[in-house]
Design a protein around this ligand. Structure first.
Ligand SMILES: C[S@@+](CC[C@H](N)C(=O)[O-])C[C@H]1O[C@@H](n2cnc3c(N)ncnc32)[C@H](O)[C@@H]1O
Length: 207
């Protein structure tokens, strides 16, 4: 673990991280800025699932695409990084951070207009991967399955999910059943313009 002195800056917000926490959110994850900016009005409250250092969420906030932000990750070091970013950018009134295994520690009072996330993209270990398993591995999609089962409780009436996935490792059919059997409807699955190895699954809460 580095000393959390590295940062990347989005429109004046300095986001602290180390290489071991970086799952691509400062790179292809920044495709969200164009996609959300082009398809959604500014959102009241956004949740970044599997946030790591919060590259995507903090950038949405910095670009004026949401008013407040909620972040959660299972890795205490990621949460330490998020908390440092909040503190050093004076974002306490706008950003809430939870150390949480998936959505287990999220209080029922949390209600989100939009959920984004760049979760682990591999359903099994691939020997060539060099990053820590926590970054890339979601064994047999258990994390995704549990997320789609529980996320509806935290979505506002017209709440939307826009989740980034890796087209080399999954297709929408990998997730369709777990999404549609939990009160959500898939709207579309556009490719990320910044990096065509990635795509989004956009889903809405059914009324
Ligand atoms: C691909 S990385 C993405 C990190 C960051 N969002 C980014 O875009 O760079 C996946 C993230 O999922 C987190 N994660 C893995 N298992 C988790 C779980 N059970 N609950 C919450 N977060 C988890 C990891 O700690 C890691 O931060």
């Amino acid at each position: 673990m580095g000393k959390l002195t590295d940062y990347v800056e989005f429109q004046g917000i300095k986001v602290y991280y180390t290489n071991k926490l970086d799952g691509g959110g400062a790179d292809f994850g920044q495709d969200y800025i164009d996609f959300i900016g082009g398809n959604f009005p500014p959102q009241k409250r956004v949740f970044e699932w599997c946030s790591g250092p919060g590259f995507i969420g903090f950038s949405l906030l910095a670009h004026g695409l949401c008013k407040t932000l909620c972040l959660a990750d299972i890795n205490p070091l990621a949460i330490e990084a998020c908390s440092k970013t909040v503190r050093l950018n004076n974002l306490e009134s706008k950003v809430t951070v939870y150390l949480s295994d998936n959505l287990k520690n999220i209080p029922p009072s949390e209600k989100w207009d939009l959920v984004v996330g760049n979760p682990p993209h591999f359903k099994r270990v691939c020997t060539k991967k060099r990053s820590p398993e926590i970054i890339f591995l979601d064994k047999d999609w258990a994390l995704h399955r549990e997320f789609y089962k529980d996320v509806g409780k935290f979505l506002k009436q017209n709440g939307t999910l826009v989740i980034q996935e890796n087209a080399l490792r999954s297709r929408v059919e990998s997730f369709r059943e777990m999404i549609e059997s939990n009160g959500l409807s898939i709207v579309d699955t556009p490719i990320c313009k910044l990096d065509s190895r990635y795509y989004y699954i956009r889903a809405l809460r059914r009324q």
